[in-house]
Design a protein around this ligand. Structure first.
Ligand code: NAP
Length: 341
């Protein structure tokens, strides 16, 4: 049994706003609107922004918009002092009712279930961005995108940098590039400052690549090594970068890779969890020489290295798995090499 008090304490520490966020939140002019806030990242991002505002004693509202398919998320955000608006953004009347806000973080996207329902994915990932870009043309917009817009790259290259051509594999990834292109078009047309935030695998104790590997090791399930390497980042760090990115929106839009600093071997991750659980990981497949990898050096130049390290994430997630903590059953499908989601 692991020592529990320390880990709970650490988890709380890892979710707190950093001094850098407290400094930046003061310089973000006006309220912050988070669109698509009902998913994995939105609730913790909204709370982090709210906590940073409270700590700095400034006046600023955090407004979240989602369908709030899970009403508990809406109630929890309200209790935390975050404003919630229930809306289906694809519905024009709903979109019109959302207040114009100087700072927008756009999290909406559709990935899983794309195969067989491609038209919906394209509507969500390219048509809706056009509606949103028109409506919020006076705002700064941080547009969430994905490292999936890059092709697989050789593990010796250090991952794709922002100046490399996007070459998405499969319709989900193609529609993510479409989302970027539509926002870029309207940014140029209306002089709207934007930042395109290309994320590779956020992780917390309830979801993510690390948790998936940990649960496989713990449950004695085989781990496919074909996608042999990954990039990961602590969700709290990714949230901080998203909020602080509001100060780096520009015309033409800035593109930013957001992930951790390491190219990490999946086998190594499993072995690390195996040591904690005292279990031998079971493997299938052989590592291919290329993987979906991003290089986030530009992000570290702007914001510094992530606060929570890889080994700290592994430690916390091990604890969570052993304790049987609540998890979100939302697998990343990080092993997918053909772009079929
Ligand atoms: N998490 C990661 O590791 C990761 C990695 C790469 C890229 N990304 C991208 O980053 C973004 C945020 O990530 P996430 O993990 O928080 O995504 P997510 O879990 O898919 O959350 C997005 C939320 O948007 C809301 N939404 C969907 N359609 C909507 C609509 N028509 N109107 C209003 N709200 C709608 C949904 O919540 P409701 O059901 O409540 O409306 C959904 O849960 C996504 O675009 C994702 O693709 C994430």
């Amino acid at each position: 049994m692991m020592e529990t008090f320390d880990k709970e304490f650490l988890l709380q520490e890892y979710l707190k706003p950093s001094p850098q966020l407290l400094r930046d939140i003061i310089n973000i002019d006006g309220d912050i609107l988070i669109l698509g806030a009902g998913g994995k990242m939105g609730p913790s991002m909204a709370k982090l922004a709210r906590e940073a505002i409270n700590k700095t004693n400034i006046q600023k509202e955090v407004i979240t918009v989602s369908r709030f398919s899970d009403p508990d998320i809406k109630n929890d955000l309200n209790k935390f002092g975050v404003t919630t608006i229930e809306a289906d953004l694809l519905n024009e009347d709903d979109l019109k009712k959302i207040p114009d806000t100087p700072n927008v973080i756009y999290l909406v996207g559709h990935k899983f279930g794309t195969t067989g329902n491609e038209p919906y994915t394209w509507a969500m990932n390219t048509f809706l961005p056009g509606m949103v870009a028109e409506k919020f043309k006076q705002s700064n917009i941080v547009v969430f995108s994905s490292g999936n817009v890059y092709p697989l790259s050789h593990i010796t290259t250090g991952g794709m940098t922002e100046d490399r051509s996007a070459s998405p594999i499969g319709e989900y990834a193609q529609s993510c590039l479409g989302r970027e292109r539509i926002f870029q078009h309207f940014s140029q047309k209306h002089n709207t400052p934007i930042l395109i935030y290309r994320l590779n695998y956020a992780n917390d104790v309830t979801y993510g690549v690390l948790l998936e590997i940990a649960r496989s090791v713990y449950g004695g399930k085989e781990i496919d090594l074909t996608m042999g390497n990954v990039n990961v980042i602590w969700q709290g760090d990714a949230n901080e970068i998203a909020i602080r990115s509001l100060l780096h929106c520009s015309v033409p839009g800035k593109i930013l890779n957001v992930t951790g600093p390491e190219t990490i071997s999946v086998r190594w991750i499993a072995d690390e969890f195996g040591k904690v659980f005292n279990k031998t990981p079971k493997y299938t497949g052989i590592e291919e020489p290329n993987s979906l990898l991003s290089n986030a050096a530009e992000c570290f130049k702007l914001f510094g290295y992530p606060k929570v390290s890889l080994k700290q994430m592994i430690e916390l997630i091990s604890y969570w798995v052993i304790e049987g903590g609540k998890v979100k059953e939302k697998p990343t499908h990080f092993q997918e090499r053909e772009g079929k989601f």
